[in-house]
Design a protein around this ligand. Structure first.
Ligand SMILES: Nc1nc2c(c(=O)[nH]1)N[C@H]1C(S)=C(S)[C@@H](COP(=O)(O)O)O[C@H]1N2
Ligand SMILES: [Mo]
Length: 494
């Protein structure tokens, strides 16, 4: 029975590796395990998403794939046991499973017919392998071979399984990722140089500009979409439908602006915020081309992988630097951050306004269509809440008594940060020194010197926006419209 189960595992490994290898060559997102994973991502209720992000952070996708593979182990084992007695049933079951996944693959948003192929290949491979007489240890035992049959059987099965997985991994690392242009277009309206003193350059303090490779990444894509700039098109549906290629888009005129992006799932003190200098075409220019139908209040944007975001039209048109961005920090967008084009709208959380790999914009009404996360219970209107974060000292740091640098970043995009206060052990709030900022749409560094005395202490920070509103100390979870509360750090001073 154990060997029969093991045979099932080997058959499943070969089948999935074959499916994955074909996907790598045809459509990376159509790999059977990833199809199931994407479906689970879409079905997961808001609180589950929150839990996954809180617990696993940016490894959430790897954890999901590992969980699916782990769940497949007993299934494969049972199929192997079944195959020893009823090979036809076992291969029908394996084939059926593959067919179901193939059907799921072609019904995913933005799917193509070819997306069924990897799962069909896996189904076929699984069905054939389970029906092979060699897959049945009893049968293998009765044939006369040179070596001991059991051992030969095990070696062949394991060899095939491990070989297939290794071969697939080798193929994966050999096939290059999407091509991305290194050069960014030059803006027609460049941003002014940063005022002196925006970056206090304190070791351990979040830099003012986040390098792309350290910029947080949040999306539902298990595989980063590969979008070819040459075939990429942006459709804008308003009074008219306007369709643009990359060259035509860039000729509409480019602005450049410093904007801090924030994820609604960011916990108090969390790292899901990043600041970059973006280059792009103003959304207002694009929408004027298409014409804005009377009564529309939502700009529904759709990505290459079928994700949607719903942005208030009023926010896009009120003069802020809302754009279809094509560059980040002076270079083309990295694939993980939306190459070749994404939306950036200052002041709104990413899930309503930062659509990556954008291909389609539609002026519509909130009453008629719901975007991805809003349809799952998250907010409709999602302005970024005022937040401050302590970067220094780090939680549970052990410090020497005397002057200690306390520093961090605070943000209230669109409004701007007017003040940050810090206190120790619930004592009086102390105003801190604020760094310079280029405008109201970025975060702002701050620093303060604390006279630390021996003992365990709790430091807390709170920010006040330029409208005069101070962050509330009442804690709120990220769901459904963003976390609230003061960030605190506990340290030990000796
Ligand atoms: N296509 C697509 N765009 C997307 C998302 C997504 O899941 N798919 N997630 C959004 C969310 S929730 C956030 S916070 C931002 C994050 O952008 P970043 O990964 O570049 O930091 O992208 C937004 N754009
Ligand atoms: Mo987000």
């Amino acid at each position: 029975m154990f060997r029969a189960g093991l045979a099932g595992l080997c058959a499943m490994a070969v089948a999935l590796a074959a499916g994955d290898a074909l996907a790598v060559l045809v459509r990376p997102a159509a790999s059977p395990v990833l199809v199931v994973g994407s479906l689970l991502v879409d079905l997961a209720p808001g609180p589950v998403k929150e839990f996954a992000i809180r617990t696993f952070g940016e490894s959430d996708k790897a954890v999901l794939v590992a969980v699916i593979v782990a769940l497949l182990v007993p299934v494969a084992f049972l199929l192997g046991v079944l195959a020893a007695r009823r090979p036809v049933r076992a291969s029908a079951a394996a084939g059926g499973l593959g067919l179901v996944v193939a059907a799921l693959a072609v019904t995913r948003p933005a799917a193509q017919a070819a997306d069924a192929l990897p799962s069909l290949a896996a189904a076929l491979a699984g069905a054939i392998l389970l029906a092979l007489p060699g897959a049945r240890p009893d049968a293998a035992e009765s044939t006369d071979g040179t070596g001991p049959p059991r051992r030969r059987f095990l070696a062949a099965g394991l060899g095939a399984g491990v070989g297939a997985v290794l071969g697939d991994a080798a193929l994966r690392s050999a096939v290059p990722g999407p091509e991305t242009a290194a050069a960014a277009p030059l803006p027609d309206h460049p941003a002014r140089p940063l005022p002196p003193g925006t970056d206090l350059k304190l070791p351990g303090l979040t830099p003012f500009i986040t390098p792309a490779d350290r910029f947080y990444r949040v999306d539902t894509a298990l595989v980063i979409p590969r979008v070819d700039t040459r075939s990429w098109r942006l459709r804008v549906h308003g009074v008219r439908t306007v369709e643009l290629g990359m060259g035509e888009l860039l000729r509409l005129g480019l602005i450049e602006s410093d904007i801090t992006l924030t994820c609604v799932s960011n916990e108090v003190g969390g790292r899901y915020a990043g600041n970059a200098r973006w280059i792009g075409v103003p959304l207002a220019t694009l929408l004027a081309r298409a014409g804005i139908p009377a009564g529309t209040d939502q700009l529904l944007s759709r990505s290459h992988d079928g994700w949607t975001g719903g942005t208030p039209v009023a926010a896009v048109l009120d003069g802020r630097d809302a754009m279809v961005a094509v560059a980040m920090n002076g270079v083309a967008l990295p694939p993980a951050h939306g190459f070749p084009a994404r939306l950036v709208v200052p002041g709104l959380y990413g899930f309503v306004a930062a659509t990556k790999w954008v291909t389609d914009l539609r002026l519509t009404r909130y009453a008629d269509e719901q975007a991805y996360w809003t349809g799952r219970g998250w907010a409709t209107d999602a302005p970024v809440k005022t937040m401050s974060r302590i970067d220094l000292p780090t939680p549970f740091a052990r410090l020497r008594a005397g002057p200690v640098v306390v520093a961090g970043v605070a943000w209230a995009q669109r409004r701007g940060i007017a003040a940050v206060e810090v206190r120790a052990d619930g004592g009086p709030w102390q105003l801190v020194r604020l760094a310079a900022v280029p405008g109201a749409d970025t975060w702002r560094q701050w620093t303060w010197t604390w006279q630390a005395t021996p003992g365990t202490h709790r430091l807390e920070a709170r920010a006040t926006d330029a409208a005069g509103r101070t962050q509330t100390g009442r804690r709120a979870a990220p769901f459904p419209s963003g976390a609230e509360g003061w960030h605190s750090v506990v340290v030990t001073v000796t």
